[in-house]
Structures are given as C-alpha cells and as structure tokens.
Design a protein around this ligand. Structure first.
Ligand SMILES: *Cc1c(COP(=O)(O)O)cnc(C)c1O
Length: 327
C-alpha cells in the first residue's frame, strides 16, 4: 500500500473523533501580498492543535488487545494532550510520562483529559526511557509524536481537506519541527499535484530539521528558549521516516526571528481576533518577511495550534499591537 492510500484510510478512520477544520481567507494578508492567502485553522480542534489527527489515526489502528493494554507517551506538549484526549474518547488507559521539571499548567491540562501522569526523573530522556519500560513490561504502546507512518498519515488528512476546499492551490506554508505535519501534508498535496510549492518554517533558535537537512543526516542541537516552544525537540538521530519525507517533499525552508513571531501573534489578534501560539505564528511571520509568493496566486498558511499561556501571549504581543479598534 502506498503512503497516499494510508492518508485516505486515515481520513475515514479518524472521522468520528476529529472535526474538519475551517479554511478562511485572510483579507489583510491577501491585500498585503496581492494574492489569495488562506488560513487553515488547526487551532480550532478540541485540544487546540492538529496533533489530534495523528494520535487518533495511530491509536485507532491498534488492535483491540493492544488498545486494552493502553498507550503511553513522553510528550508534555500538544502531542501529550492529543494522546490523552483520544484515549479518553475511546475509553482506554493513557499514561503520560513526564519529568519533574514540567510546569504545573501543562500537567493540569493533561490531567484535564483524564490521563494518568507518571513523574519520572529530571529530564525528557528519563521520561522516554520509562515509557519504553511500560511498553516492555506491560505491553503498552508508545505513541510517537511524529516519526511513525500512521501519525504522518493522520497529519496528511489536512492536505486532503485543502485539495477539496482549494483545487487551484499554489503553495502551502507549514510550521516545521519533527516534520510529521510537513511530511503528511507534503505527500498528500504533491502526490495529487507536484506543482504545489511546500514551504517549511522553523524558528532561528534551534531549527533541528533544517540544520539536519543541511548536514545531510539527523543531528542534535542544544535547545534555546523560544516563543515557538511547540517546535522544540530533536528529530531523533535514528529518524526513520520524516527526515527523508521532508527532504523529498519540501521545496524550501525559512527561519524566523523571535521578534517576527511575536509580531505575527499580534497580527492574528488584531486582524483575526484570534489567540495563537508562537509555533503556529511562524507561517505568518515567514510570509510577512521572507517568502515571496506570485501575485494573484493562492496560498495557505497552516495555523497549527493555540495552546499558549495567556500571560505569555499578552507579554509577547503587547509591544506590537498597533490598532486595537474594531476594523
Ligand atoms: C507539533 C507542532 C508543530 C510541528 O509539527 P511536527 O510534526 O513536529 O513538525 C507545529 N505547531 C504546533 C502547534 C505543534 O504542536
């Protein structure tokens, strides 16, 4: 079975758990770019991010027996939320392994969806090792955040929705971290129409996938603090799928500064009255400052999530809000 078949299967498999998200035009960005710019609102899922697609496709593809033994992961971000949410919806056990350094707000969000939390050690690595142990000793399934064909196919369902909504799409702009999102969307769009340009965007601070592609193999980088915290984390030195798929399907990558991410978050608040997290503002930042799209062409920016601490959001956008009036 080819990868695109897996995306079609994913669409069917996840339809009971995952809503189709709206695609809206951005009048402000369209005018500024002299093009048709649309926003795919993946921030509007129940958990506030697209990761529910991949997690649902992976968990629903497990056998009854596997599901009954439960699922586990060591992500504290949107992927952890997604695994907790999907497990709760279908009534199976989820254990999220975290280090003692994870902030309480994140722990509470995961608890909200009924997952069991195991606090182990002081680093993400130790939490990961504990997850593997749950798999070996108790038969639980570790749900990977991006480097898994089912997760990639789940994220790829966004591409199918875009093809239906915008048959004459010319380019798509996608936040890039481990690459599950870009690999999935890239393969579903390019399989249908290789002429669609696929652009990836990471933050200047620790863009692991982009540096790995330059080096020709997966590398590690030291993490730096960033507004795009959902884009942090390595791609895995033993990466099996996303590195190669991103290499194949991405036309170009762009890096954006912290200042331009904050400006893009402010822009979304001002022009669309929406709070989005830094990771998902990178696409707007790149279009505003780096990417040149053809006049009159049709482009989509993936707005990947909205899970940002409100105090942090207000602090980031306040210096850049120019016009707080309606219209
Ligand atoms: C995970 C995530 C991304 C990046 O997805 P990858 O598949 O790791 O490239 C982008 N935005 C948000 C909000 C995320 O949670």
């Amino acid at each position: 079975m080819t990868f695109i078949h897996q995306v079609w299967q994913a669409k069917k498999r996840i339809s009971s758990l995952v809503k189709r998200t709206p695609l809206i035009q951005s009048p402000a960005l369209s005018e500024q770019m002299n093009a048709n710019v649309y926003l795919k609102l993946e921030n509007l899922h129940d958990i506030g991010a697209f990761k529910i697609r991949g997690a649902a496709n992976k968990i629903l593809s497990l056998s009854q027996e596997e599901q009954q033994r439960g699922v586990t992961t060591f992500s504290t971000g949107n992927h952890g939320l997604a695994v907790a949410y999907v497990a709760k919806q279908i009534g199976i056990q989820a254990v999220i392994c975290i280090s003692s350094r994870v902030p309480k707000a994140k722990v509470d969000a995961i608890k909200h969806w009924g997952a069991q939390i195991e606090i182990v050690g002081e680093s993400q690595d130790e939490a990961g090792i504990y997850c593997e142990k749950l798999q070996d000793d108790h038969g639980m399934t570790v749900i990977q955040p991006f480097d898994d064909p089912y997760v990639i196919a789940g994220q790829g369902t966004i591409g199918l929705e875009l093809l239906e909504d915008l048959p004459n799409l010319n380019s798509v702009i996608i936040p890039l971290s481990g690459g599950g999102l870009l690999a999935g969307i890239g393969l579903s769009l390019k399989t249908n129409n290789p002429g669609i340009d696929v652009y990836g965007v990471s933050m200047e601070r620790s863009p692991v996938m982009v540096e790995s592609l330059k080096t020709g193999k997966p590398i590690e980088l030291k993490e730096q603090e960033t507004l795009a915290d959902s884009l942090l984390g390595g791609i895995g030195l033993d990466n099996k799928y996303t590195f190669g798929l991103v290499q194949n399907y991405m036309d170009k990558a762009f890096l954006v500064s912290e200042e331009s991410i904050a400006k893009a978050m402010a822009y979304m608040l001002e022009k669309h009255r929406m709070v989005i997290e830094g990771a998902s503002a990178t696409g707007i930042a790149a279009l505003a400052e780096k990417i040149r799209i053809k006049p009159g062409s049709t482009s989509v920016i993936i707005i990947s999530g909205q899970n940002v601490d409100l105090d942090a959001h207000i602090k980031a956008v306040t210096p850049y809000l120019k016009n707080s009036q309606v219209i």
